[in-house]
Write a protein that binds this ligand. Structure first.
Ligand SMILES: [Cu+2]
Length: 351
């Protein structure tokens, strides 16, 4: 009896506890919803569909003080396009640009990434994001056949600027064909406000014909293995940042360049002729103090840097890989046109 009574009491007590606990949970859930607190999968937050941004543009700052569940869809494509005036190449890419779109999320976000491989592709593709903590940076679960679709979710735990790339064998070939891009994981405290932000990514291309050969140029695995590219370019094409494509700014503006290096093999000595970087977030790491007053910064293959400077004097500033043969003989040149009044107290010609 005692035992039965105890059991009965326990049962009664348990029912009551369960009911109270349930009501507490309901009240907490209502409070959480009212406050806009996370209510999806653990640590997720509200669902946001991300619209990726093609180069040289950068999406606006995140401006969220809470993590979110970011839904992102990328599609791998294979297409023919100019790599230089008079020269075409069969690019492989995320989306229809090289580099692929700029992705901007916040530290603590959970990203639900769907990777589609266009039905017109001839090869499987995948994605390895250096911002991912998990096997292959996502590549293990995103090997995607033409017309197929894969997905995975991951939590962005480390703020910084990261490279993403295809990691389907033969990996150097997929990267050399243009399969890379950048993802920025903003820190919980926002980045300094800039007047202009640009997305620039270096990559090298290995073609059967030499630099400047006209017509469609096929990929050369032999030159890739020898690490002897014919083209070293910014944003997928010689001259992409010249003329109409030149970056534009005004005197007095603070500029941030999110610079990546897809490689697949070369290390970039990134320099802007006529400027000194006020700050460089070396190797794209955020959370460390930036380096100040830098002339040229090294960007490893599969790495990135955030460089910041203010333009005080009008004119054209030239972005280069200061391994200078690449700039003058292989295409690693871009332009930043700065408009505005002269600043003779800083720079003036003299007779
Ligand atoms: Cu690929």
């Amino acid at each position: 009896m005692a035992s039965g009574k105890k059991n009965q009491d326990n049962k009664t007590g348990n029912s009551s506890d369960v009911k109270n606990s349930y009501m507490r949970s309901v009240r907490l859930l209502i409070l959480a919803l009212w406050l806009g607190a996370p209510c999806g999968p653990a640590g997720a937050g509200e669902a946001i569909a991300l619209i990726p941004t093609p180069p040289p543009n950068v999406p606006p700052p995140v401006q969220r003080d809470k993590p979110a569940r970011v839904q992102l869809e990328l599609e791998t494509r294979e297409f023919r396009a100019p790599i230089a005036d008079g020269t075409e190449y069969e690019f492989w890419a995320f989306g229809d640009t090289v580099p692929g779109p700029f992705i901007r999320v916040r530290e603590g976000d959970t990203i639900e990434l769907t990777l589609k491989n266009n039905a017109g592709s001839h090869f499987p593709h995948s994605i390895d994001l250096h911002a991912v903590t998990g096997p292959g940076g996502g590549a293990k679960v995103t090997q995607t056949v033409p017309g197929g679709k894969t997905a995975f979710s991951w939590k962005a735990m480390h703020p910084g600027l990261y490279v993403y790339h295809c990691a389907t064998p033969h990996v150097p070939m997929h990267i050399a064909n243009g399969m890379y891009g950048l993802i920025l994981v903003e820190p919980t405290g926002s980045l300094p406000k800039m007047d202009r932000e640009f997305y620039v990514m270096q990559g090298e291309f290995y073609t059967e014909g030499p630099h400047g050969a006209h017509g469609l140029q096929a990929y050369s695995m032999e030159k890739t293995r020898a690490e002897q590219p014919d083209y070293v370019v910014f944003n997928g094409r010689e001259g992409s940042l010249k003329g109409e494509g030149a970056l534009k700014a005004k005197v007095g503006e603070k500029i941030s360049l999110f610079v990546g290096n897809g490689g697949p093999n070369l290390v970039s000595s990134f320099h802007v002729i006529g400027e000194i970087f006020d700050q460089v977030f070396l190797e794209g790491g955020l959370g460390n103090p930036p380096l100040k007053n830098i002339q040229t910064t090294l960007i490893p293959a599969g790495g990135a840097a955030i460089v910041e400077f203010t333009v005080e004097v009008p004119g054209t500033y030239i972005l280069v890989d200061h391994s200078i043969s690449r700039a003058f003989d292989k295409g690693a040149i871009g332009m930043l046109d700065v408009a505005g009044p002269d600043a003779p107290e800083i720079f003036k010609p003299m007779r």
